[in-house]
Design a protein around this ligand. Sequence first.
Ligand code: NDP
Length: 259
Amino acid sequence: MNSILPSSNALTTRTLEGKVALVTGSARGIGKITAETLAHHGAQVCVVSRNEQACVTVAEEIERSGGKAAPFSCDVSDSASVERAIETVLQKFGAVHILVNNAGITRDTLLVRMKDDDWNAVIQTNLSGAFYCSRSVAKAMMKQREGRIINLASIVGIIGNAGQANYAASKAGIIGLTKSMAKELASRGIAVNAVAPGFIETEMTDKLPEKVKAELLGQIPAGAFGTPQDVANVILFLASPLARYITGQVLNVDGGMVM
Ligand code: NDP
């Protein structure tokens, strides 16, 4: 596989210099910390979510701390919205070298109570959204003959979870999408990998009842929930020259919850 970046054995604040990174769902949570982390290591970051003002705020915060960032509002579940946003990004920056498909939602309920809308919204956002963004960005990456696509899966996509049939199916789909894209794009110098977080403290998991959180904690050998930074660090690694020979893999970031 062609290297997308010069070989190096250390991560510095210049590691991603000259690279354009697009992180979906970077208005908060894991995506926000990922955007900040990639910017801190030199990338120009496109901050993407549906909430334009939230994207502006995150991009301004990154710029204030010395990084480079620009906001782009986009609904990843709408292919036309994705095409428009990526066209705007390409006009502005001329390239996208790193795509992080992070935008995601949950609509938890038991199978027999799950409405069509609960199913469709989660599949459309989590799985179709990653497909739309990857398809659009891959065209540009293929011309460049370099790129990294990093998809947010979940350990739930590997082991399943009661009350999350829609979410688990979307994340299992992400794993299949990742491996298929990796096989298809490797010869063009594009690496595609997935990160599968366990329980990470964000607004998404804040909603869970304390009893459920206590039960989950009991299943984590490391004895603690993860932080968005724990996930962002792995995404940084996969985006960096250190990961140049890794593609089609799923890296769990879960304190040992699934092994
Ligand atoms: P949050 O709910 O904190 O943030 C989700 C982000 O996605 C927000 O910025 C939201 O912005 C954006 N988003 C949601 N829908 C869309 C859409 N249709 N178009 C564009 N942006 C959208 O989630 P987390 O940070 O916790 O999770 C991030 C990713 O990590 C998700 O894919 C999630 O499934 C995955 N994950 C999280 C785990 C955890 O424990 N937290 C565990 C395993 C996986 P806005 O609403 O403004 O559009």
